[in-house]
Design a binder for this molecule. Structure first.
Ligand SMILES: C[S@@+](CC[C@H](N)C(=O)[O-])C[C@H]1O[C@@H](n2cnc3c(N)ncnc32)[C@H](O)[C@@H]1O
Length: 242
């Protein structure tokens, strides 16, 4: 079972990720996923505190989630509408739900929480196994920020304010970026460090192909901005053959 890094910070997750809960961030993702789901159901891998699952469910899409952290799910269960979202506790690379879905989705860089290529391939295989014929697997993930790394450097700061300091520490040989966060609240320092296996779109396409999925579309964001060499993230959709 992978390390459960989010268990310790579940009660602070929504506040620490407040920008990601803004309607300007959530609404386009929900719109995109609802459009793909149509009159079908959706499965979220790493459902967390329900940032996307709850508004998608409120839109009328039946949503189920797989999640490692019971503490994250408890946070979701304290929110309105959570009763409509079924949850399976387990590793989304291997855990099974006894049904198939029109859409399986994995957002907010969560694929990188799987820190080996084998686990990421297993995740694609598991997603494909949960898709109806013609169904789609959607991944939202950043493009690795390696262009910002001067030659010889391994550390890149990504957030510096008076209350938060965040930086990535790259292990280029292992294809791992450790994200380190330091929050200062009332003079006390809280820390959170997680390893991420960063991954390029082409490698994800190969994982999809290994599991019988093919690329349907790739955008820079949920608003369908064209994906280019300047894009800092992507939303990719792979389809199971009909
Ligand atoms: C960055 S959070 C995203 C949560 C939610 N999807 C969102 O968009 O706010 C990643 C979530 O995935 C969960 N997670 C990470 N690795 C997992 C795994 N292998 N299996 C199941 N859940 C996992 C974490 O516990 C956490 O809740």
């Amino acid at each position: 079972m992978p390390d459960n890094h989010f268990e310790r910070i579940a009660d602070r997750y929504d506040a620490a990720s407040a920008d990601m809960f803004l309607p300007s961030v959530v609404d386009p993702a929900v719109e995109f996923l609802a459009h793909l789901a149509g009159d079908g159901a959706a499965l979220e891998l790493g459902v967390g505190t329900g940032r996307i699952a709850l508004p998608l469910s409120a839109r009328g899409v039946p949503v189920h989630g797989i999640e490692l952290s019971e503490a994250m799910v408890q946070q979701m269960h304290a929110k309105a509408g959570a009763g409509a979202v079924g949850v399976t506790i387990g590793d989304f690379a291997t855990a099974q739900v006894e049904r198939t879905f029109r859409v399986v989705y994995l957002v907010f860089n969560t694929i990188t929480n799987l820190t080996t290529q084998d686990e990421q391939v297993a995740c694609f295989r598991n997603a494909a196994a949960h898709l109806e014929p013609g169904g789609c697997f959607v991944v939202e993930v950043s493009i690795p920020d390696l262009q910002r790394l001067p030659p010889g450097e391994t550390v890149h700061p990504f957030g510096i304010t008076s209350t938060h300091f965040g930086f990535e520490q790259y292990d280029l040989a292992a294809q791992i970026a450790w994200s380190h966060h330091f929050w200062i609240t009332d003079g006390a320092v809280e820390t959170f460090s997680t390893p991420h296996r960063y991954v390029w779109p082409a490698e994800l396409d190969l994982m999809a192909r290994l599991t019988g999925l093919s690329l349907l579309e790739r955008w820079a964001d949920w608003q369908r901005t064209p994906f280019t060499g300047e894009s800092r993230s992507h939303v990719s959709v792979w389809q199971r053959p009909t």
